[in-house]
Design a protein around this ligand. Structure first.
Ligand SMILES: CSC[C@H]1O[C@H](OP(=O)(O)O)[C@H](O)[C@@H]1O
Length: 356
């Protein structure tokens, strides 16, 4: 997508051909700073601290991280150790394991001297395929929005989204946002309600993306969605996901479940956008997904950037805090899964289409 009219991805190969660049998402949307990742630790710390984030993107960064490790030591033991180090960074998004396993499977049969370059190339393919999957998700979601627009007879379609499942969370396009960008580009009038998504406020990243693309939107507090649905101001909800279990349960950013409950109550269709790399047939149900517990300080402090673009934090309370980063939306609350295989309706449909 674009920043100030210049096309960019969220991750790119640097000129040396063996390091990668990313945006430091802790500083967005106020400061646009790039970071170069050259080592396993660079990649691991960037993922754990959420300098880079979003299920598909952390998979891509981890894939390059594994290649960085192999440049240092391409033995079987090093491969296993680096795989384990990167896997420990964040537990919930299945894309991380998916990408690490894919690189491991691709290079293990090779001679150690060939492994690093092969891993780096495979990480590039993961990135390119992610872009293609997100484009396909956009194409699958576009008819849903077009149908709503026809029903509204030219009035803007109001769509609520939670967290950032945009191009910053993927390699390009985004999952939940791909249909929004395609609908906007097709001339369909849209207005997006963007949940702020405490405590990390990924909604601010979504506003940055939508503003850059010229998509009308409003930033709302996390608790506003219920009222807006009650008042008929939401035509559909679309969110991304970090893992979809075999039974169709959806793990996504904390707060998603409440939006799904409100949507069910008010008859608002609730869609989940995912690439096949986020479907995990090995996890039977939502209760089996490991929910990341992040630092209590993410709740106790509000973080942002100061006038100079430096990270700054304001303390809200000294009390103990609890910070589960994700929740589970049961499959029964999901209207449909917008995927690179098209619009899928239930767990059986997911299994048939996506399981390899
Ligand atoms: C398309 S990304 C899915 C997902 O990633 C986000 O999590 P985080 O910001 O913690 O990495 C969020 O749950 C998005 O919906």
């Amino acid at each position: 997508m674009n920043i100030d009219g210049t096309a960019t991805r969220s991750i790119w190969v640097e000129a040396d051909g063996r390091s990668v660049g990313i945006f430091d998402q802790r500083l967005l949307p106020w400061a646009l700073e790039r970071m170069v990742l050259r080592s396993v630790e660079d990649a691991a710390v960037a993922i754990a601290d959420m300098a880079t984030r979003g299920a598909p993107l952390i998979g891509a960064v981890a894939a390059y991280g594994l290649a960085f490790g192999l440049y240092e030591d391409a033995s079987d033991a090093a491969l296993d150790a680096v795989h384990a180090r990167l896997l420990r960074t964040r537990p919930t998004a299945v894309n991380l394991r998916w990408a690490l396993d894919r690189i491991g499977d691709a290079v293990r049969p090779l001679a150690p001297s060939d492994r690093a370059a092969a891993a780096f190339a495979e990480a590039g393919r993961i990135c390119d395929e992610d872009v293609a999957m997100n484009r396909a998700i956009g194409a699958a979601g576009l008819p849903i929005i077009r149908a709503l627009a026809e029903r509204k007879g030219g009035k803007p379609v109001n769509i609520l989204t939670h967290c950032n499942a945009g191009w910053l969370a993927t390699v390009d396009w985004g999952t939940a946002t791909a249909p929004l960008y395609m609908a906007h580009d097709a001339g369909i009038p849209l207005h997006i309600w963007v949940d702020e998504t405490r405590p990390r406020n990924q909604g601010a990243l979504t506003t940055f993306e939508l503003a850059q693309h010229g998509v009308p939107h409003s930033y709302i507090v996390d608790n506003a969605g219920g009222l807006l649905m009650q008042q008929g101001l939401v035509d559909m909800v679309i969110v991304g996901t970090d893992r979809v279990a075999a039974n169709g349960d959806v793990c996504n950013k904390i707060g998603t479940y409440l939006k799904a409950l409100a949507a069910k109550e008010h008859g608002v269709p609730f869609y989940v956008a995912l690439p096949s790399s986020t479907y995990d047939p090995a996890t039977p149900d939502g209760a089996s997904v490991p929910i990341e517990q992040r630092s209590a300080d993410e709740v106790r402090f509000v973080s942002g950037t100061d006038e100079a673009g430096r990270l700054a934090a304001i303390r809200l309370t000294g009390s103990p805090a609890y910070n589960p980063a994700f929740d589970i939306t049961p499959a029964t609350l999901v209207t449909g899964y917008v995927t690179d295989y098209g619009l899928l309706t239930d767990a059986a449909d997911l299994r048939r289409s996506m399981a390899t």
